[in-house]
Design a protein around this ligand. Structure first.
Ligand SMILES: Nc1ncnc2c1ncn2[C@@H]1O[C@H](COP(=O)(O)OP(=O)(O)O)[C@@H](O)[C@H]1O
Ligand SMILES: [Mg+2]
Length: 251
């Protein structure tokens, strides 16, 4: 079961510097919302606030109407950097998420193996993260993020360090996995093609402290063969617009 997220007048500062200023956004249950924008504009800061990993300086964030005041198992974070436990095998990394979810010990092994099969890593259950490629470790991170049955998944450039081919296969894996395990997703990327492939909508943030520049709906999300060139063009235009530009849709 996925969650809806409501951001009302969210303002986030680092010290005296305002990074996100008065952002309003409703992310309906089950949506994949992509957040993009220039480097340093506050994408990671915003995601951390939604996760409950940092305080909100003004405004509020609610998940299904309940204010976000800290982290929750309902909201899983998936990072670009490999955040697996290096001394735990693939199976035991996934096992951790199952344990936190309260899956009984007797069921955990079978469920971990189902996840391992789902991410295409049969035969690697007893490998340590350092014995895997970057793409394989990212698969394990995805499984670990989703195995806890979160209602929202917050992904910070999760495929940013992967080569193009591995990235494409991870995008397809993510699409398949979310079909089987629905969740609301906030996905940060600075790759326009990835944004338009995955997102139901793409939010283009302005520079730090500036308003968001655009919210672009994608007509055929997650269908690689569809023509989403108009949405791609709108995202690209918002990204390259002069500083201070923001769309009427969200003005
Ligand atoms: N812990 C911090 N202390 C002070 N400033 C920070 C901190 N983290 C990030 N910033 C600043 O906040 C801005 C937004 O950072 P970040 O959210 O990481 O941007 P993005 O993910 O979009 O690249 C940047 O200008 C960065 O320098
Ligand atoms: Mg970032």
């Amino acid at each position: 079961m996925s969650t809806d997220l409501t951001l009302s007048g969210v303002t986030l500062r680092h010290g005296a510097r305002t990074i996100i200023d008065d952002l309003h956004l409703i992310i309906p249950s089950g949506e994949i919302l992509v957040v993009t924008g220039p480097s340093g504009c506050g994408k990671s800061t915003l995601l951390r606030a939604i996760a409950g990993l940092r305080p909100i300086d003004a405004g509020s964030i609610a998940a299904d109407g309940d204010p976000v005041v800290g982290t929750s198992r309902d909201r899983a974070m998936v990072f670009q950097d490999d955040a697996l436990h290096p001394w735990r095998t693939v199976r035991r990394n996934i096992d951790l998420a199952l344990t936190l979810r309260g899956v009984a010990r007797k069921d955990r092994r079978a469920e971990a193996h189902r996840w391992i099969a789902e991410i295409g890593l049969d035969g690697f259950a007893d490998h340590l993260p350092r014995e895997l490629s970057g793409g394989m470790r990212q698969r394990v991170q995805l499984a670990r993020g989703l195995a806890g049955a979160p209602r929202a998944v917050l992904m910070d450039e999760p495929f940013g360090a992967l080569d193009a081919q591995t990235r494409t296969s991870m995008q397809q894996l993510l699409i398949r996995t979310l079909d089987a395990h629905p969740a609301t997703v906030v996905f940060v990327t600075h790759d326009i093609d990835e944004a338009v492939l995955l997102g139901d909508r793409v939010v283009v943030l302005g520079n730090a402290g500036e308003p968001a520049r655009a919210i672009v709906p994608v007509p055929h999300p997650r269908t690689p063969a569809a023509d989403n060139s108009a949405a791609r063009g709108a995202v690209a235009a918002a990204l390259t617009a002069p500083a201070g530009t923001h769309s009427k849709a969200i003005a």
